[in-house]
Write a protein that binds this ligand. Structure first.
Ligand code: SF4
Length: 311
């Protein structure tokens, strides 16, 4: 059952690119995907691929130095992915590719990306190395491809962020498997992002069946061999993002003495549960924007919610 949202609680607005105030902007360059995950906030596949010339022209109008997050559905399916990546840096911005990693399991595709200005890859690893978990969460036994993609990301010298949704009763041991994976692949610098199910788009757990923030902290403490107190001590601390504390986000180094956010292993726990007065994760975020169908920029979660089932 879809939760009823009181849209009057949502502070929705749009900005022209010249007036942009967001530091991170999500760009859905395609709505096509080669997976059918059970938790997907953009499940609509009917929109055409983004036009590169229009994107490039929009970038030339964009104010500020931004982190451009190339996402989708699955951005590697866009035939002009290279152009999109290069254009972001040509216009003075930073970029990251947010992908399910299936295409990156191909060495030739990884090589193709290496020839662009891409530096960072965020790969979703909901099942980590376990095909049963992938099947139950992402409807595809794809562990082999995911692990090859992780290897290619490392071998081709991209920085790596991983994203894992913890689904109660399925992959609650994912943090320890992630740690094992990083050890096996000898990946010493990584951000491992752990979150719960977000009730946006298509999802497999309602709020009352979802693991909550405290549950995520406990799992991480137990499996990363840290204390819960240590993790909670980082709640409300800001390591990035222009000084704004993000409610529901806890970011901390695995090595307690490490203060360099871009070095060694970090964990980022994010509460995607929508159990709040607005019904979206992190309402009111001024950091994350999303490029709309009309080439304006809107607050990301608010835009996704307002357009649920559409763009
Ligand atoms: S979550 Fe990502 S990989 Fe999965 S179906 Fe949605 S867009 Fe595709």
């Amino acid at each position: 059952m879809t939760k009823k949202i009181d849209f009057s609680n949502i502070n929705y607005y749009e900005q022209q690119p010249e007036d942009n105030t967001f530091s991170d902007i999500v760009i859905d360059i395609t709505h096509r995907c080669n997976m059918e995950c059970k938790n997907c906030y953009i499940p609509n596949r009917t929109f055409p691929d983004m036009n590169f010339e229009k994107f490039n022209s929009w970038l030339s109008r964009l104010s500020g130095k931004c982190m451009i997050r190339l996402v989708g559905a699955e951005p590697t399916l866009h035939p002009e992915i290279d152009k999109f990546i290069n254009a972001t840096t040509e216009h003075g911005h930073m970029n990251v590719l947010c992908t399910n990693g299936l295409r990156l399991s191909s060495t030739s595709f990884a090589q193709r990306l290496k020839e662009t200005t891409l530096r960072g890859v965020y790969i979703s690893l909901n099942g980590v190395d376990n095909d049963d978990w992938y099947e139950e969460i992402d409807e595809l036994r794809c562990a082999k491809k995911k692990l090859q993609a992780v290897q290619n990301i490392k071998d081709f010298g991209f920085s790596i962020d991983t994203g894992t949704i913890i689904v109660k009763g399925i992959n609650e041991e994912a943090p320890s498997r992630l740690l094992h994976l990083m050890d096996t692949k000898d990946i010493q610098t990584v951000t491992m992002r752990i979150k719960n199910v977000g009730q946006l788009g298509r999802y497999q757990k309602q709020e009352d069946e979802n693991i909550k923030l405290a549950g995520l902290v406990k799992l991480c403490a137990d499996q990363f061999q840290l204390s819960e107190d240590y993790i909670w001590s980082h709640y409300g601390k800001v390591h990035r993002y222009g000084g704004r504390v993000e409610p529901g986000t806890i970011e901390f180094p695995m090595d307690e003495d490490n203060t360099d956010r871009y070095n060694k292993r970090w964990i980022k726990i994010t509460d995607w549960d929508t159990d709040n007065h607005v019904g979206i994760p992190d309402p009111g975020s001024k950091r994350r924007g999303r490029l709309t169908e009309n080439w304006t920029i809107a607050p990301m979660y608010e835009h996704i919610k307002m357009n649920e089932g559409n763009y």
